[in-house]
Design a protein around this ligand. Structure first.
Ligand code: BDP
Length: 718
């Protein structure tokens, strides 16, 4: 009897706990949740969405926009959005001047919106209050429909809409590092979503959902396979598979691109060379491009990693990066395709500072690339670290369009288990000032083309997507995909505003919730820097898998794959001297930036050890010694994760149990791993420096030997 009473009690308690919170969620819906709106908002939407006027024979893309509006409004209001031809109060009109006469009659200012921009506006037509979603092209309509729905989802007033928006960057792409066996390089959300084996016959519904989610952000292209490319992707069998995906993505405005292995003519073409100047090789690529375009008429082009980390490339034949890129560009040119040639190059045979090598190789080639080539540059000169100064190539190539490569997957930031809002990282890079054309020459202006008047513009994010039900390994990782997409649309958007928008769409529009959770997200990036690589340190992760700390690693053949290469700590001091007295990497920046980084007076603590090698006793701006500051940074990192846990706990009532608990569990993992980072790093640097721990600082839990002995042969993502 007692058990029965207890059971009933638990049942009542559980029920009362779920009342007033959203129903359980597994994250599959991403930010497109379209929850039933609370009363006043629901009434307002119902008033502003009474019927829809749309083109009579809509194209596939317009149909997607219509379906999205109808489905979303039905879900949010529980009333339907019928199609009509008559304007009355609350009618939504969606169309281009060509596809809908009612739009043409309004004579809207669409000229500046280009091919993909849109206008969403309340307007009075014949005395009726209506909303128009208008664009020059159908893709703009789809983007406009998603914008209208974003306004609804984020609780904006629906009677004062007056939005015009057009993307500032032309190519807005995801890069999948997915292999043909479905493993994902640096993937932490399960296997590849592309089921290559069963394509093209089996088309998972997820492919469409993927396209829809990306279109909601304005992402307009995807590179399906790993930059460490397998040649087979260019065989007819795999081209068919890629074509099946392209067919699904097309209505959503997403074009397919492929990573091409430079030596493909040898591996799958039967040639004995891949020399870019060899006529047979050039002909092979031309034929290959023609073949791809026969199957995928809107194929976007190739992404190429060449002469980098063992990948083949033009330098194998004495050619330059420009020779290689231009050969492929020529093959794609008749079809309007693009080559994205990566600048992520460095060599174990080059004794020069790794941070300088890409600039050294590419700067002399400025202006030597064909018009349909973009050079794709990572945000920093080393490799997707928790923090890096912006890559010195930005601003240094006025005659070669550079595109940005960000990493969305958290290779060096705790995989998918750490909550790190990357919007803050992206924003920091985009707002960085290259000073090449005076103050305000931001990285954003380099990549949106406005600084150097680039014809081609692009931005890519290495995807964090896999088959996990929640797509990205955690709900908060979805925010990084979201933030990348929004910043790709406009690199001057504000990271915090994006976080708030995402929180409202993903969880709740409650202002207290949104403000508190956005604060937490914005601080999360600094937390990971503090517990992993404070004060400008970098690349201290353990070898190969990059999971956990390994600052002691020094036994790898390639010097620049060893963390000791980066921190250069010894009994005297720590840091990499990149000033004129060291590698002089600072000289790759414009003079005001070089001066800023060179001077110990002006450089910020956050970049200090990236550019300077300093004594452990160096006096910091805070008054602490460098050693004390380093230790307190690690401690602050832990405190911040604890604060994130407390914040999350305080938000419990706003969130459904499933997502609350999942995030709480992940934060616990993060705290444990932050502690591990802090302890292992302090233990190591203590030994190297021979310093005592500052007063009051807690000893690492284990000995340095313990941390060194840990091994992770099955860490994901390799
Ligand atoms: C590094 C990754 C490696 C990638 C490489 C790249 O560790 O797996 O192949 O970048 O971007 O971050 O090519």
């Amino acid at each position: 009897m007692k058990t029965l009473i207890r059971l009933i009690g638990t049942f009542v308690l559980l029920n009362s706990l779920t009342l007033g919170t959203a129903s359980a969620q597994d994250g599959y819906d991403l930010w497109l949740r379209y929850q039933t709106l609370p009363d006043p908002a629901q009434e307002s939407l119902a008033r502003h969405a009474t019927a829809l006027i749309a083109p009579i024979n809509p194209s596939a893309t317009t149909q997607v926009a219509i379906d999205e509006l109808k489905q979303a409004i039905a879900a949010m209001t529980s009333s339907q959005l019928p199609l009509t031809s008559e304007i009355r109060n609350g009618t939504i009109l969606i169309g281009t001047p060509q596809t809908l006469p009612a739009i043409a009659r309004l004579d809207l200012p669409l000229a500046s919106l280009g091919k993909e921009g849109f206008l969403v506006r309340n307007i009075s037509i014949d005395g009726h209050d209506a909303t128009v979603i208008a664009a020059n092209n159908e893709l703009g309509l789809l983007y406009g429909a998603f914008e209208f729905l974003r306004q609804v989802q984020t609780g904006q007033r629906l009677d004062q809409l007056n939005i015009t928006s057009a993307p500032k960057i032309k190519l807005r792409l995801l890069n999948h590092w997915d292999n043909l066996d479905r493993t994902v390089e640096r993937g932490y959300a399960g296997q590849s979503i592309w089921d290559w084996w069963r394509l093209p016959a089996i088309k998972e519904s997820r492919y469409r959902d993927y396209a829809r989610a990306n279109a909601s952000l304005g992402i307009n292209g995807t590179v399906l396979n790993n930059v460490n490319a397998q040649a087979e992707i260019l065989t007819p069998r795999y081209i068919d598979k890629a074509a099946a995906l392209a067919d699904i993505f097309r209505p959503y405005g997403i074009r397919v691109f492929l990573s091409a292995r430079f030596s493909s003519p040898i591996e799958i073409g039967g040639l004995d060379t891949a020399d870019p100047l060899d006529p047979e090789v050039r002909e092979w690529w031309q034929q290959k491009a023609d073949e791809i375009y026969r199957r995928i008429p809107d194929f976007g082009g190739f992404l190429v990693k060449a002469n980098s980390e063992g990948q083949p490339g033009p330098q194998d034949y004495g050619g330059s990066h420009a020779d290689g890129a231009n050969m492929l560009a020529q093959a794609l040119h008749p079809h309007g395709g693009t080559v994205m040639w990566r600048a992520f190059v460095y060599s174990e045979n080059n004794p020069e500072d790794r941070a300088k090598q890409a600039y050294d190789q590419f700067k002399p080639l400025d202006g030597k690339f064909a018009d349909n080539v973009l050079v794709q540059v990572k945000n920093g000169a080393i490799d997707f670290q928790p923090r890096e100064p912006f890559h010195p190539m930005f601003g240094a190539m006025p005659d070669t369009p550079l595109m940005m490569e960000f990493q969305i997957t958290q290779e060096y930031l705790g995989f998918s288990t750490h909550l790190v809002y990357l919007g803050a990282l992206y924003e920091e890079v985009l707002k960085a000032d290259t000073h090449v054309n005076g103050e305000g020459s931001t990285v954003a202006k380099v990549i949106d083309g406005s600084l150097h008047e680039y014809e081609q513009t692009g931005i890519a994010g290495v995807a964090n997507i896999g088959v996990d039900r929640d797509w990205s390994g955690s709900i908060f990782n979805q925010a990084d995909w979201y933030a990348f997409g929004r910043l790709a649309w406009n690199p001057e958007f504000d990271a915090r505003a994006i976080a708030e928008e995402w929180l409202k769409m993903t969880f709740s529009t409650n202002q207290e919730f949104v403000t508190t959770a956005a604060d937490m997200m914005m601080r999360s990036r600094e937390a990971v820097v503090d517990y992993m690589t404070p004060l400008g340190l970098a690349h201290l992760m353990d070898t190969g898998h990059h999971y956990g700390p390994g600052p002691w690693v020094s036994d790898l053949d390639r010097p620049e794959w060893n963390p000791v290469y980066y921190h250069r700590a010894d009994s005297q001091g720590i840091g990499f001297d990149r000033t004129a007295s060291g590698s002089n990497a600072v000289a790759q920046y414009a003079p005001p930036v070089a001066r800023h980084f060179s001077s110990l007076d002006s450089i910020d603590d956050k970049d200090l050890l990236w550019f300077h090698h300093l004594s452990w006793d160096y006096r910091m701006k805070s008054g602490k010694t460098l050693w004390e500051e380093l230790v307190s940074s690690y401690d602050r990192g832990i405190e911040e994760v604890e604060a994130m846990q407390a914040t999350w706990e305080s938000l419990k009532t706003f969130i459904d149990q499933e997502r609350f608990q999942r995030t709480a569990d992940l934060l616990e993992v993060q705290l444990n791993e932050a502690q591990w980072w802090r302890d292992a790093s302090i233990a190591y640097f203590q030994e190297v420096s021979g310093r005592e721990l500052p007063e009051g600082v807690v000893e690492p839990v284990h000995s340095l030997e313990h941390y060194k002995s840990l091994s992770f042969p099955y860490a994901p993502g390799i």
